[in-house]
Ligand binder design. Structure first.
Ligand SMILES: Cc1cc2nc3c(=O)[nH]c(=O)nc-3n(C[C@H](O)[C@H](O)[C@H](O)COP(=O)(O)OP(=O)(O)OC[C@H]3O[C@@H](n4cnc5c(N)ncnc54)[C@H](O)[C@@H]3O)c2cc1C
Length: 425
């Protein structure tokens, strides 16, 4: 889909229609602003979230899933997409068991301890994206002023300087067409082209971990429990999946796995055939779910910590992975991004309601102030966890195990950690 020249002036252009960019577009759909959403990948097919479509039990799982917190669920509900997600494969989990594979420490988090129904949902990324893009199409049908452009790539931009404040951002696409916008939002992921072209500085370092992701079928049911084993050599998580639509029968024997290990080990694990990989996996998770009966295609990603020094400049804002990427060990990445989208939308809508300039640097800085400290705090915590479980002297290991065991018995602190991870405190 291409914008004609008459359509090439926008109020907000969002580059990237992944989970974060598309959710911002949904949040702004009724604002009266002229929006464009562009992506280098084609948009999801219109029937991709049709609950009446083929029996999902027969469809392969998307290897990329997210643990969506209740706070993110609430935002997705507010922007009108949660129902479309909930009728698809969306797996609630009620418990989380974390243990130190090189010691004796363990912690068990349970929704019942904080009088909640669940801790969150494990959802395939493709299900979330398809629901968001379907919502955008529906908004367009209901006459929202949104232009969807895909597949197109952004190849150049010219941002206003402080001196030329008020002039629009000029965007060039790889096919040579040009757009102008009052506000350009970078939601184009970890390797953001917008961030690069606009000259945002980042602080980044390699986690020296690669994540292997795939879907497995296990002998024993997961019982709606996420399990995670910390080891000197990395972190392994089994995230519970459901095979059927909500309310349907489910044998609870599918899990998405995220196994973060040193690059050499990742390479060796990727080179194994499925049977040998399944045996390694079963041993690494200490047989907690019995035999690993089948393994889908595996994918491996290098993990890099990245944080932009600032999220905004005149006419431009970064959100989601374009602003920050963190280790997936606590499953917080997209949850931080969805909260960025929620806060940026709220600031834009508030500026509009008060007659202020929604693209003004002061408005954008309010968004930055509300998000940067929180995101940075979460990133530091993940870095701390990763280091704590990397190879350590005996004394640190002892403290780590004693700390875990102690924390498991300290109900107030444990419940506080649980509520923070759920985004409700
Ligand atoms: C192994 C692994 C497991 C994870 N597990 C979890 C989890 O359990 N919970 C959680 O919260 N997070 C998790 N994350 C993190 C989460 O996946 C990311 O935070 C999330 O995908 C970021 O969303 P986004 O929309 O910002 O970026 P992306 O999902 O990367 O989307 C970016 C979009 O921009 C488009 N794009 C890119 N470049 C251009 C361009 N030049 N022009 C136009 N379009 C462009 C892309 O096609 C894409 O659609 C995990 C990450 C990894 C690697």
């Amino acid at each position: 889909m291409q914008a004609s020249s008459a359509e090439s002036e926008f109020d907000v252009v969002i580059v990237g229609s992944g989970m974060v960019g598309a959710s911002l577009a949904c949040a702004l759909a009724d604002s009266g602003l002229r929006l464009a959403v562009l992506d280098s990948q084609p948009f999801a097919a219109p029937d991709a979230v049709d609950g009446s479509a083929a029996d999902l039990a027969d469809q392969a799982f998307d290897p990329r899933v997210s643990a969506i917190t209740p706070a993110s669920q609430q935002f997705l509900n507010e922007i009108g997409v949660w129902d479309a997600i909930a009728v698809r494969r969306c797996s609630p989990y009620t418990d989380m068991h974390v243990w130190d594979g090189d010691g004796t420490g363990s912690i068990h988090f349970s929704a019942t301890d904080i009088h909640a129904d669940l801790l969150g949902h494990i959802i395939e990324n493709s299900v979330i994206v398809a629901a968001l893009q379907q919502r955008l199409r529906q908004s367009i049908h209901e006459s929202a002023d949104i232009t969807l452009l895909a597949p197109v790539s952004l190849s150049g931009l010219r941002a206003p300087t402080t001196a030329s404040q008020g002039t629009p951002v000029q965007i060039e696409l790889a096919d040579g067409s040009r757009l102008t916008t009052r506000l350009l939002v970078a939601a184009d992921g970890a390797n953001s082209t917008v961030r690069e072209l606009a000259g945002f500085q980042t602080r980044e370092w390699d986690y020296e971990h690669h994540a292997i992701v795939t879907t497995v079928r296990t002998q024993f049911p997961h019982r709606q429990t996420a399990i995670q084993r910390f080891m000197d050599k990395g972190v392994l998580a089994f995230l519970p999946l459901r095979t059927s639509l909500q309310g349907g029968r489910d044998d609870q024997r599918h899990c998405s796995i995220v196994w973060s290990v040193l690059p050499e080990l990742a390479q060796a694990l990727m080179a194994l055939d499925d049977a040998a990989f399944a045996r390694e996996l079963q041993a690494a998770i200490e047989n907690r779910l019995g035999t690993i009966e089948s393994v889908d295609k595996r994918y491996s990603f290098p993990l890099r910590q990245r944080h932009a020094h600032s999220y905004v400049q005149q006419g431009i804002a970064l959100i989601g992975d374009a602003a920050h990427t963190i280790h997936p060990l606590a499953g917080q990445g997209v949850n931080l991004g969805l909260q960025d989208a929620s806060v940026l939308a709220a600031e834009i809508l508030q500026a509009l309601s008060k007659g202020r300039d929604f693209a003004d640097l002061r408005t954008l800085r309010r968004y930055q102030r509300r998000r940067i400290g929180h995101n940075l705090g979460m990133m530091c915590m993940m870095e701390g966890f990763k280091r704590l479980f990397a190879e350590q002297p005996l004394a640190v290991r002892w403290l780590r195990n004693a700390g875990m065991a102690g924390l498991d018995k300290t109900v107030l602190i444990k419940n506080h950690i649980m509520r923070s991870a759920m985004g409700i405190e």
